[in-house]
Design a protein around this ligand. Sequence first.
Ligand SMILES: *Cc1c(COP(=O)(O)O)cnc(C)c1O
Length: 225
Amino acid sequence: MTQLDYKRHVDGVIERIEKARLGVSDHHIVKMVAVSKYVHEVAIEALYTIGQRAFGENKVQSLQLKATALDALPLEWHFIGSLQKNKINPLISLNPALVHSIDSVELALALNDRLAREGKNVSALIQINSAYESTKSGFLPEASLQAYAQIQEQCPHIHLKGVMSIGAHTHDRPTIQKSFERTRLIFDQLPNATICSMGMSEDFELAIACGSTLVRLGSILFPAC
Ligand SMILES: *Cc1c(COP(=O)(O)O)cnc(C)c1O
């Protein structure tokens, strides 16, 4: 694909986001984070060149390699994967813009502890297992509000901004929609929350219709992979 064809392709994706967000309201803003876990630095640079700044990775080691290699570019890095305790230190040293995936109070406490030691803060979301799937991590919907409040109270170095969820793993649209609606309902009850991170390549328009304010798009933005 030439650079021009690639730009047309990405513009097409942005137009779809735009159409979906206008379907909600003129005032509804949606941010796009490009999930670069499938690609190398060259592809990230190509997308940066046509205007994308925010990128996401789901493994600390990949984030470390790519952020370091692309250090000269003003990129904004998001961490979207399961965070193991032994990866907290390297993650903190990368100063991520947003950690989407706080999935237990125990993890939050460990993260807060290391942040305190480094004299740092991080912005984060709690992950919600909105479709009650045993294969997914995250808080169950009914435990989310209490966990959010507890993390806010006990983890002053973690600045909670809202919630993240992965849509139900099925082709049944009503079931996916229900998982997004459940997530948005929790988001609406959180004090001062501004980010509702949901929607991926296969379901981002549905997620936006359900109130997503941030979509995480991987395969659709890197079609060559
Ligand atoms: C891989 C991944 C994405 C992007 O998935 P695509 O279907 O390729 O758009 C989004 N969120 C998370 C948490 C991921 O792991």
